[in-house]
Design a protein. Structure first.
Length: 430
């Protein structure tokens, strides 16, 4: 137990010294295992982890979904999602903010990353809101919060990694994320309506679109609909695996980008390079987390934690609620994937010991990570807003993000209280 606690302390200390978390986890895990097991077995174990991770067939779903998201962004489908949503709700007060949430949900269904969704929508939606006179705190807050839908509405990179590490069915995780994702989108839109009710000047109404313009805007998103139906429908229907679905999705997104004449040799090189960089980053984190997990599992911490919770006699839901609190705190200082991989070795055995469904717990993790991503002072999506929107005061970003934390917390509480919100659709799968 003491060894694991010292390991966690060392990881956080290195992080405070600005050492990348992947290197911090890998280094601490390797040194810890070396001291406990011996350097020879540790070196052999680390080499095996690198080999197994690099050649794991199931992990090929990660670069394929990343590639699909990058091709979709290059094809301009995010702009068309926003344009279609604006055509229907843009004429209302706060309509552009509602349209942003709807576009984030649609883009999340073909992206899988909260940071990528927030960054894309900052480029797509913010200029329109700025031009119409939206308050900065509302526009940046709704983009940052809407971006978190990218990891809830499937396909989700976090769900894929969680499924692989915990050996939970990825297709069922994807299905479990649908209703909570739509619930979060509805709650964010309710949050926008509440802000507008109190401060009508924060979100002026835009120009009304007639029905021919609306139908034309809807026709523009047929590519998104086709990708979502084919990829997710095929996975849910059992026609192909998540990895095969990711390959089909990447091929389809590539075809759309070609047909729209958005790809030349230079653009293709940029998409492939960006996908390779992102994949390399994710795999580095995954390998480091696996080494650190081996160290934690070799100590007595998981067993001691389970025994300690059993002796305390706490209600199981109280234990889960405490875990959610830890994730909220970690979300303010860590990248989403890193904190999930850092905590799974400790939390997951406790969850299974308490008899909870791993699919439900996976959805809870994603929900609480969403809250952490926009929790001041250093939620990752706020960093994205600050980096891309140089003219927006940091205080406005903090204010807007803090406002939209509440709808996501309500979504977390609802799924915690009513597990069937997450488990109903997976229960229908074959």
């Amino acid at each position: 137990m003491i060894e694991a606690l010292l390991g966690f302390a060392a990881v956080f200390a290195l992080a405070l010294l600005r050492v990348p978390l992947a290197f911090a986890m890998g280094f601490v895990g390797f040194v810890g295992l070396g001291l406990l097991r011996g350097w020879g077995p540790t070196a052999a174990s680390a080499a095996q982890v690198v080999y197994d991770t690099g050649f794991a067939y199931t992990l090929s779903v990660v670069p394929l979904f990343i590639l699909m998201g990058n091709f979709v962004a290059r094809a301009g489908l995010a702009h068309e999602l926003f344009r279609a949503a604006f055509a229907f709700v843009g004429h209302r007060r706060g309509g552009l903010a509602h349209a942003t949430v709807m576009a984030c949900a649609g883009f999340g269904a073909i992206c899988g990353s909260s940071i990528a969704t927030a960054a894309t929508m900052a480029k797509v939606a913010y200029p329109s809101m700025k031009q119409l006179g939206y308050a900065d705190y509302l526009s940046t807050g709704v983009i940052a919060a809407g971006g978190t839908l990218g990891i809830m509405i499937p396909p989700s990179t976090i769900m894929v990694i969680y499924g692989i590490v915990t050996e939970t069915h990825i297709g069922k995780l994807f299905a479990a994320g649908v209703l909570p994702g739509l619930l979060c989108a509805a709650l964010l839109m309710a949050g926008v309506a509440t802000v507008i009710a109190r401060h009508p000047e924060a979100g002026p109404a835009g120009q009304r679109s007639d029905w021919p313009a609306r139908w034309a805007a809807l026709r523009g998103i047929w590519g998104v609909v086709v990708l979502v139906v084919v990829v997710l429908g095929g996975i849910y229907g059992g026609w192909f695996t998540a990895t095969e679905g990711a390959g089909i999705g990447a091929s389809g997104a590539f075809t759309f980008a070609l047909l729209r004449r958005k790809l030349d040799v230079r653009a293709l090189f940029e998409v492939l390079s960006e996908s390779a960089r992102t994949t390399a980053m994710l795999f580095t984190i995954l390998i480091a987390a696996a080494i650190f997990s081996s160290f934690v599992n070799f100590t007595s911490m998981p067993g001691d934690l389970k025994d300690g919770i059993t002796r305390l006699g706490l209600p199981p839901l109280m234990v889960i609620a405490a875990m959610m609190g830890v994730y909220v705190v970690l979300g303010t200082i860590m990248e989403e994937l890193t904190m999930v991989l850092l905590t799974i070795p400790v939390f997951f055995p406790v969850v299974t010991q308490l008899g909870f469904d791993p699919v439900w717990f996976g959805v809870l993790i994603v929900l609480v990570v969403q809250v952490g991503l926009i929790s001041p002072p250093v939620g990752m999506n706020m960093f994205v807003m600050n980096a891309l929107l140089k003219d927006v005061p940091l205080l406005a970003i903090f204010r807007g993000s803090a406002i939209f934390c509440l709808p996501l917390v309500i979504g977390l509480v609802l799924v915690l209280a009513f597990p069937q919100l997450a488990l109903w659709l997976p229960g229908l799968m074959k």
